[in-house]
Design a protein around this ligand. Structure first.
Ligand code: SF4
Length: 189
């Protein structure tokens, strides 16, 4: 970033307080996982060393909603679970963000039944829809970065009629999967 060179020359930096606050916010998203099905496995793998969500400052996954500001709904949500999801959302800190991960969370997926919520956005505001069944970890990281870009641009969502307006960003399913397993070359010592 050139910070070291600048500090060596001048010994100080100037910035706006709002810029610093936004930088801190976007670099320390704390996810609250609401993983109910197979998408949760991809969510776990996003935190693994291979995909390393820590590169985006979002590795501090909390299981207490009061310590989290990024709700990731991963998997289908049953009607009986819905009050719990809403309760968790209401307890999270502001400004808070919501990612709907996968077809089931966004639309009910293949579970077109009376017992499955046909899209969590009918009950909580969803900021980013991550497509896939399941989405790959890279797609979830795209969703995290989409929220970071909004925070960078001072995009705290306005309230409409006292309620928070969702961002409603739908990611395009453009990620191309590389051949797996990835080839590993061990160099001669
Ligand atoms: S979207 Fe697919 S992978 Fe994700 S929970 Fe539903 S069935 Fe499982």
């Amino acid at each position: 970033m050139g910070l070291e060179a600048s500090l060596t020359a001048d010994g100080f930096l100037t910035s706006s307080l709002q810029h610093l606050i936004n930088w801190g916010r976007r670099s320390s998203l704390w996810p609250m996982p609401f993983a109910t099905a197979c998408c949760g496995i991809e969510l776990m793998s996003t935190a693994s060393s291979r995909y390393d969500i820590a590169r985006f400052g979002a590795e501090a996954i909390r299981f207490s909603p009061r310590q989290a500001d990024l709700l990731i709904v991963a998997g289908r949500v049953g009607i009986k679970m819905l009050p719990v999801l809403q309760h968790i959302y209401m307890q999270m800190t502001e400004p808070r963000w919501v990612i709907s991960m996968g077809a089931c969370a966004s639309t009910g997926g293949v579970f077109d039944t009376y017992a499955t919520i046909q899209g969590v956005d009918q009950f909580i505001p969803v900021d980013v829809y991550v497509p896939g069944c399941p989405p790959r970890p890279e797609m979830l990281l795209e969703g995290v970065m989409a929220i970071q870009r909004i925070i960078d641009n001072e995009g705290i969502p306005p309230k409409v009629g006292g309620k928070r307006a969702p961002l409603e960003i739908a990611l395009a399913p453009t990620h191309e999967v590389s051949p797996q397993p990835a080839r590993l070359t061990v160099g001669a010592s």
